[in-house]
Design a binder for this molecule. Structure first.
Ligand code: PSZ
Length: 500
């Protein structure tokens, strides 16, 4: 503790210097250094290149055990605070990527530290139950206080899981079980079904399918991977199911300027969805579910209109397919609403909504009719983790107490407007600034320039992520304030001014 206080005092002294050493802004420097979180730092502080010598050494060691090609740098999570991620070389960076969009309240939020320190919570952290068979006494109460209190409209059933992929994987299974029961008219299986499923043959292992979209990402496990179409490297060499893949609309930005053209493109894709459903049905491969992300994230932050999603939902209904909305990355508030699909204004809710990342664990909400009627149909050992639920309860309290959705809207406006201003100033480097809330992105002309910009920004103390072929994506925590957005924009503006 003493060391932490000392290091904080030191960093405060260094911050005073930083204020002067920050390059003068070519952008609007609106109180970029102000902070309203007592515990947070007031700017990046770079000591070495990233990865620095200590990170490199650790990478070499880890590389003896596994492929470390994806490791950016090693982190000092103890020293990280709020929106700032500190690495093992003591570099302090403003984090606009937050562990691939997964840290709702930033690092070491004091409210979460308190949850951990509360002796009443010790048992929940120590004794991890196999939730499906031996849940703790307070399980129902905790579910009601936490996940159920933010359930998407119309969905009353909940299944917890450990991660995004296993949430989607089990959501697929729930949809298939529902679909087959619907086809049979009952949940009782024939002897033939029970025998044939044991050798992976129909009718027990039916030829029903899940329709997904080009550019979509739903995870890397076997079923999810068939529905994932963002990059070949995820898929190559892995067997895939013969399931339909529909085109996702390729829209022109800014969306409000190309409404008519974009509507035509969306119409084309919707027609293709219906054609595929019919074509597959004719081949005896009925579509049991359609899965879609509200904003295609890994695939390059591709948006579609509310109207597109509403029509897609209706197509699913018309053809008897479950409509499965993957909110693993979009859920939890960063679009300015708790669920991104709330923006659409659906008449009939999605049948299943999956979540993970900012929810700290995973799972899915679903309509009553998708509830499996026999036990052990959807099951695994942990089925989530009650200690994560405890933490998530506090995350929700903080979101409400600090009105973080309002903050996301406010910070998102500053961020997106700043990106739009910068793309006007640097049209040869930036285009397609887009986003909802702080869930924003912008494109570089190509992958090389995108990667250069991300690396240059990192060495100036800003952590960003890429997505798709040439997009930079912004996935800050919900505690990302307008002054953080300005701070980022100042640094970005400086980098762009000297980018060759
Ligand atoms: O490369 C990867 O495996 C990545 S990079 C980002 C993700 C995965 N995101 C996870 C994700 C997602 O964004 C959506 C929309 N659906 C499902 C998943 C899978 O979640 P996890 O990674 O928790 O299994």
């Amino acid at each position: 503790m003493a060391a932490t206080i000392l290091s904080r005092q030191l960093t405060n002294i260094l911050q005073q210097n930083l204020r002067f050493s920050l390059p003068r802004s070519r952008y609007v420097s609106q109180s970029a250094n102000k902070t309203d979180v007592d515990d947070e730092f007031d700017g990046p502080l770079m000591k070495t290149e990233v990865p620095g010598p200590k990170s490199r050494k650790l990478m070499k060691k880890l590389n003896e055990l596994q492929n470390t090609g994806a490791v950016n740098f090693f982190c000092d999570y103890e020293e990280s605070r709020g929106n700032y991620l500190v690495d093992v070389d003591g570099n302090r960076m403003l984090d606009l990527y937050t562990q691939i969009a997964s840290i709702p309240l930033g690092y070491n939020h004091p409210a979460l530290v308190k949850v951990l320190q509360n002796p009443e919570n010790a048992s929940t952290f120590i004794n991890r139950p196999a939730l499906g068979c031996l849940p703790p006494e307070n399980y129902v109460e905790k579910l009601s206080e936490t996940l159920l209190s933010v359930a998407p409209k119309g969905l009353k059933q909940i299944q917890t899981m450990a991660c995004g992929s296993c949430s989607n994987e089990n959501a697929f299974k729930a949809a298939c079980i529902w679909y087959r029961n619907k086809e049979r008219g009952k949940a009782i299986h024939t002897k033939e079904e029970l025998e044939s499923c044991m050798i992976n043959q129909a009718p027990g292992s039916p030829d029903i399918t899940i329709l997904s979209f080009m550019g979509g990402f739903h995870g890397r496990t076997f079923g999810c991977l068939t529905a994932t179409h963002s990059k070949p490297v995820h898929k190559v060499d892995i067997p895939a199911f013969n399931w339909p893949t529909a085109p996702f609309p390729t829209l022109k930005y800014p969306l409000e300027e190309f409404v008519r053209e974009n509507a035509q493109e969306e119409e084309r894709c919707l027609e293709e969805v219906e054609d595929l459903i019919v074509k597959f049905r004719k081949k005896g491969r009925n579509v049991a579910a359609i899965i879609i992300e509200p904003i295609q994230s890994e695939g390059g932050d591709n948006h579609a209109s509310d109207d597109f999603f509403k029509k897609l939902r209706n197509i699913a209904k018309k053809h008897g397919c479950a409509f499965l909305c993957d909110e693993v990355q979009t859920g939890g508030g960063s679009t300015g609403k708790f669920w991104a699909h709330e923006h659409w204004g659906l008449d009939d809710p999605a049948d299943i909504v999956t979540f993970s990342k900012k929810f700290l664990s995973g799972g899915y909400f679903y309509k009553d009719e998708l509830r499996p009627d026999v036990p052990y149909r959807i099951f695994n050992t942990w089925l989530g983790d009650p200690s994560k639920s405890l933490m998530f309860a506090e995350v929700l309290n903080v979101i409400k107490r600090e009105k973080l959705l309002d903050n996301v809207i406010e910070s998102g406006k500053v961020l997106l407007q700043g990106l739009k201003d910068l793309q006007v100033l640097y049209p040869h480097i930036l285009n397609k600034a887009r986003g909802k809330g702080t869930f924003c992105s912008i494109d570089a002309p190509n992958e090389t320039i995108r990667n250069q910009l991300v690396l240059k920004m990192r060495n100036k103390g800003i952590v960003l992520g890429g997505c798709g072929e040439k997009s930079i994506r912004f996935r800050p925590a919900l505690v990302f304030r307008p002054h953080h957005a300005n701070l980022f924009l100042n640094v970005f503006s400086d980098i762009l001014a000297v980018h060759k």
